[in-house]
Ligand binder design. Structure first.
Ligand SMILES: [Fe+2]
Length: 298
């Protein structure tokens, strides 16, 4: 296993306070990550509530995050998207309007915008340069939350723009790894690749064993209670898809067969249109908020 010297900005002595917020509608966990030395914080993977059948969006999940930050008197510096989610909408602009902060995503967003700009037949007004976001991260880039230094690891495979964020002794897995009994994320979306996902996961697993690992989704397999915190050591030992030395070939075969049986996420059509715009809702020619459904496009 690679040593953690691959990560020059690794600092296990920094211990951010991490609070998880579970959204039962999408099984997403959003996080507020606080610098213990200052009032600074970041949000990772916020959720905008949507009743797709009714075409209605609401803000309860986002308001929970906003309330938590305001109640503690924190200053929001970053609103991070670990990737362009296909299963829920981002509330990043709603939160930014109320609390400020910069919206950051992986630089692979440009490839996502190109792919889905075509699928959704977007016009030229849809910029495909990532300019809807305040920051585009490349592998190894750093940013600060108060006095904490965070860095990113590019983890393509689930999507091209996936980034894992390492903040002191806390790592945010995005959609790479789930809890050890949940395994790994699917790799069959446009731009996804099971072999790439395996390689990305190996990089994440080369972080120190005692690193806390916070995952983005949990479905409570086998009826166990919802959970979202594990560690690199636990994942290396017990992850049912990649732990205990599972080979790349085994993983690709398993992942490909499994993905072929998975249904599309219920909110993939609205999620992609909104999330590829950094959470902004698209409008029609008259300026009314409006989504498209491309038939047989995905
Ligand atoms: Fe995802």
């Amino acid at each position: 296993m690679e040593s953690s010297t691959n990560f020059p900005n690794l600092n296990m002595a920094a211990k951010p306070e991490v609070e998880g917020f579970f959204d039962p509608a999408s099984n997403t966990i959003s996080y507020v990550v606080k610098d213990p030395a200052t009032d600074a914080c970041a949000i990772i993977d916020s959720v905008l509530d949507m009743d797709y059948a009714a075409g209605r969006i609401t803000y309860d999940s986002a308001d929970r995050l906003i309330d938590a930050i305001q109640t503690q008197g924190l200053s929001l510096e970053w609103i991070i998207e670990t990737h362009v989610h296909a299963d829920h909408l981002s509330a990043a602009p709603y939160i930014q309007d109320r609390l400020g902060g910069k919206i950051g995503v992986g630089a692979g967003i440009i490839e996502i915008q190109d792919t889905f700009g075509k699928i959704f037949n977007e016009g030229t007004e849809f910029q495909r340069d990532g300019s809807q976001f305040d920051a585009l991260f490349e592998d190894g880039d750093t940013y600060t939350i108060g006095k904490l230094i965070a860095f990113v690891i590019a983890t393509p495979g689930h999507t091209p723009a996936c980034m894992v964020h390492v903040i002191g002794d806390a790592t945010f897995a995005g959609d790479t790894l789930f809890m050890p009994d949940g395994g790994s994320a699917r790799a069959d979306f446009p731009g996804g690749d099971a072999g790439q996902l395996y390689d990305s996961i190996q990089t994440v697993l080369s972080l120190p064993d005692e690193m806390r690992l916070f995952i983005c989704h949990d479905y409570g397999p086998g009826g166990r209670a919802i959970a979202w915190e594990t560690s690199i050591g636990q994942q290396r030992a017990d992850n049912i898809h990649v732990g205990a030395g599972k080979s790349r070939e085994e993983f690709i075969k398993f992942r490909t067969e499994r993905d072929a049986q998975l249904a599309m996420p219920k909110l993939i059509i609205p999620s992609l249109q909104v999330n590829m715009r950094a959470g902004e809702i698209p409008c029609d020619e008259s300026g009314a908020p409006m989504l498209k459904v491309p038939l047989n496009g995905l």
